[in-house]
Design a protein around this ligand. Structure first.
Ligand code: 13P
Ligand code: SF4
Length: 354
C-alpha cells in the first residue's frame, strides 16, 4: 500500500527529534511503509542480537510481534525500554503453548519416567514464560536459522528433545538436517489427556514435538509446489522451515527469512524462484530483484499476509514515535524479573551456540 505522505513526514520528523535515543528494529515480514523507518531489518535471530547491541538507545521500537519484543526486553539492560507499536501484534503459534499446558506436559513426561532424559528446545516464537520454562529445565531457545545447532547441542545434553511450539520446524530439522526418521518423532497434543500419547510412545521417541504451527506457513501445500513446477519450468522452490514436512521435502531450498534473502542475492540473473514465506517479504523481494532479471513468485496465491505482523502499520508507528518524542512512554513490553532471569538463561545458551 502506498504510504500517506503526511504520515511519512510525521514519522521522519519524530524519528529525527528522537535521534540516538531511539532504535527501530523491523522484522522482514513488516509492511514496506514500516520497513522504510527501520534502522535495522532482520530475521528473529539477527534482531535479537541487534537489540542487545544498542545499549545507548533509551527506546527500542520493535516492529514485529510480541514474542520478539519480549525477547528484546530480556536481552537489553533494565533502563532500556522496549516498545511494540501495537499491543495486539501477537503470534498465533506462540499462543499455542501456554505455561500451564507446558507444566502439565512436563508432569506427563515425569510420570512416563523420561523427564530426566529430556532437554527442552523452544523456538523463539514462544512467550517469555515458555522461554523461562526452557531455561529452568536446562534447555535452549532456537530460531529457524540455528535450529540444527540447537538440536546438536541438546542431544549432547540428553537423549530426547521436547520441541516447542512449532512441530514443523522441529520435524523438518530432525528429519531433513539431522537424519532422523519420521518415526523418531511423536506429536504431543496439549488438548488431549497425556498429550494423546502412551508412556511407551514417549519412551520410544527421540523428538517430542509440541502440536503447534504457524497459521501462515501451515497453509502452503504440496499441490502448490507441484503446480508452480508445472507452470514455471526450471523454477527453484525456496520455503521457510515452518512449512509442513511434505512441502519442505518437495522444495529445493529451505531456510529462515535472512537465508531466503541471501539466496536470492546470490542467484544468477535469469533464474526463477517460487517463495513460500510471508507475503510482505516475497513482494518486496520480487520488486527488488525484478531489475536484476530474477523472476520471483509467491508459492501459493491463496495464502495471506501474517495478520498480526500487519497490525504494525504506519499510523501506529507515527503514534509511537510522536509519543516517545513528547516524552510519553507508550506500549512498553516488560517481562517480570523472575521470568526474565530464567528466560535469559535459555536465550544466552542460544547466543552461545557455535
Ligand atoms: P525468521 O525471521 O527467524 O525466519 O522467523 C520467521 C517468523 O515466522 C517470525 O515470526
Ligand atoms: Fe507467528 Fe507465523 Fe505470523 Fe510468524 S508468520 S508471527 S510464526 S503467525
Amino acid at each position: 500500500s502506498p504510504s500517506d505522505p503526511d504520515l511519512v513526514e510525521r514519522a521522519r520528523a519524530a524519528k529525527e527529534k528522537l535521534g540516538d535515543k531511539v532504535f527501530v528494529l523491523g522484522h522482514h515480514y513488516q509492511r514496506d511503509e514500516v520497513i522504510q523507518f527501520a534502522d535495522v531489518t532482520g530475521d528473529s535471530f539477527k534482531l535479537a542480537r541487534d537489540a542487545a547491541a544498542k545499549p545507548e538507545a533509551e527506546y527500542i521500537v520493535f516492529c514485529g510481534v510480541h514474542f520478539m519484543a519480549e525477547s528484546a526486553d530480556i536481552l537489553t539492560s533494565d533502563d532500556q525500554k522496549v516498545v511494540l507499536p501495537d499491543l495486539a501484534a501477537g503470534c498465533s503459534m506462540a499462543d499455542m503453548a501456554t505455561a500451564e499446558q507446558v507444566a502439565e506436559c512436563w508432569d506427563v513426561l515425569t510420570e512416563a519416567g523420561i523427564a530426566e532424559q529430556v532437554v527442552p528446545v523452544s523456538y523463539m516464537n514462544s512467550s517469555a514464560d515458555i522461554k523461562a520454562f526452557t531455561g529452568k529445565h536446562g534447555g535452549t531457545i532456537c530460531t529457524s536459522s540455528n535450529a540444527k545447532k540447537a538440536l546438536d547441542w541438546a542431544f549432547e545434553q540428553g537423549e530426547k528433545v521436547l520441541f516447542l511450539p512449532d512441530q514443523h520446524l522441529g520435524r523438518n530439522t530432525a528429519v531433513r538436517d539431522m537424519g532422523m526418521s519420521l518415526d523418531d518423532c511423536v506429536v504431543y497434543n496439549p488438548h488431549k489427556p497425556n498429550g494423546g500419547l502412551t508412556a511407551e510412545q514417549l519412551r520410544d521417541a527421540k523428538m517430542i514435538l509440541w502440536r503447534g504451527h504457524c497459521s501462515v506457513h501451515g497453509r502452503f501445500s504440496l499441490e502448490s509446489v507441484e503446480d508452480v513446477r508445472a507452470r514455471i519450468p526450471g523454477v527453484n522452490v525456496l520455503v521457510h522451515p515452518e512449512c509442513k514436512h511434505e512441502v519442505v521435502a518437495a522444495a529445493d531450498y529451505v531456510g529462515s527469512t535472512e537465508y531466503i534473502i541471501k539466496a536470492l542475492e546470490a542467484a544468477p540473473a535469469g533464474s526463477k524462484w517460487a517463495i513460500g514465506t510471508e507475503l510482505n517479504l516475497v513482494r518486496r523481494l520480487a520488486n527488488r530483484f525484478a531489475a536484476e532479471d530474477k523472476e520471483i513468485v509467491f508459492l501459493d496465491k491463496t495464502v495471506c499476509f501474517c495478520s498480526t505482523m500487519n497490525r504494525i502499520d504506519l499510523p501506529h508507528l507515527v503514534w509511537t514515535l510522536e509519543s516517545l518524542a513528547e516524552g510519553k512512554l507508550v506500549n512498553q513490553i516488560r517481562v517480570d524479573e523472575e521470568t526474565e532471569s530464567f528466560a535469559k538463561l535459555a536465550l544466552e545458551r542460544m547466543l552461545a551456540l557455535p
